[in-house]
Design a protein around this ligand. Structure first.
Ligand code: GLP
Length: 240
């Protein structure tokens, strides 16, 4: 596991952007696995800036997002589809039909999981997966448990995740209790992975990732099974 410790959030975002740009320069039609949450917002801002400055084009890039609340409509301003459109897709030269998010309106979540897996495979697999990390060590919405799902599936959110994510909603009751998320295999199949972690709230989860041990109770720790993971964090997340 490579570890890059940065002074602050701005540096973390810039380091992540460097890796994304390098990937796209090497393969202009790269498949990027993207994440939501506040952490990657700085990366997305860098992508927008570079695109608008004519330094990089996303014309041929394809994207697959990690997760989506369930059930939720894409036009709901709390949906991850809405987030991605607002924070990135609407501001860069990507073809929006090449951007994919699990369908929060799917009547049959199991079928949607299989469709999403097929889609990733039809795209040729994920070249570079961007991840954040939950305070409880979740990646995507793979929540701590005695067993974890391998492929894209519907999952219950833990009370702690509902509480943490309630900051984006009017009240805790408004937070959806379920989500669709890529599974551990979907994530670990990516050719390259970067995980961004900022702030002391992420320290414990990060410790469980960096100590080299694997536990389904700290889902991010399974990234130790992958041979090309770069963790980019700030000193607050590293030192607690
Ligand atoms: C959310 C998302 C994750 C994200 C995490 C951390 O619940 N499902 O993909 O990495 O929580 O979010 P933040 O970056 O806002 O701390």
């Amino acid at each position: 596991m490579n570890l890059i410790v940065c002074k602050n959030y701005e540096e973390v975002s810039a380091e992540a952007a460097k890796i994304v740009f390098e990937q796209i320069k090497q393969k202009p039609d790269s498949v990027l696995g993207l994440a939501t949450g506040s952490t990657p917002e700085g990366l997305y801002a860098n992508m927008i800036r570079a695109n608008q400055a004519g330094e990089i084009s996303f014309r041929d890039v394809r994207t697959v997002n990690l997760d989506e609340y369930y059930p939720i409509r894409p036009e709901n301003d709390q949906s991850y589809r809405y987030f991605m459109n607002q924070k990135l897709f609407l501001h860069i030269d990507i073809d929006r039909s090449n951007t994919h998010v699990p369908d929060g309106t799917a009547a049959d979540p199991q079928k949607e999981g299989l469709r999403y897996e097929q889609l990733i495979s039809d795209l040729g697999g994920i070249d570079l997966q961007v991840l954040g990390i939950g305070q409880n060590g979740h990646i995507g919405f793979n929540e701590p448990d005695t067993e974890l799902d391998a492929i894209t599936h519907k999952t219950d959110l833990t009370p702690s995740t509902i509480a943490v994510n309630s900051r984006f909603f009017a009240s805790e009751e408004d937070v959806p209790k379920q989500a669709l998320t890529m599974g551990m295999r979907s994530i670990l199949n990516a050719r390259k992975i970067i995980l961004l972690a900022c702030g002391k709230e992420k320290h414990t989860a990060l410790q469980h990732l960096l100590n080299g041990k694997i536990s389904t109770h700290w889902p991010a720790s399974l990234l130790n099974l992958h041979s090309d993971v770069t963790v980019i964090c700030d000193t607050a997340a590293r030192e607690g």
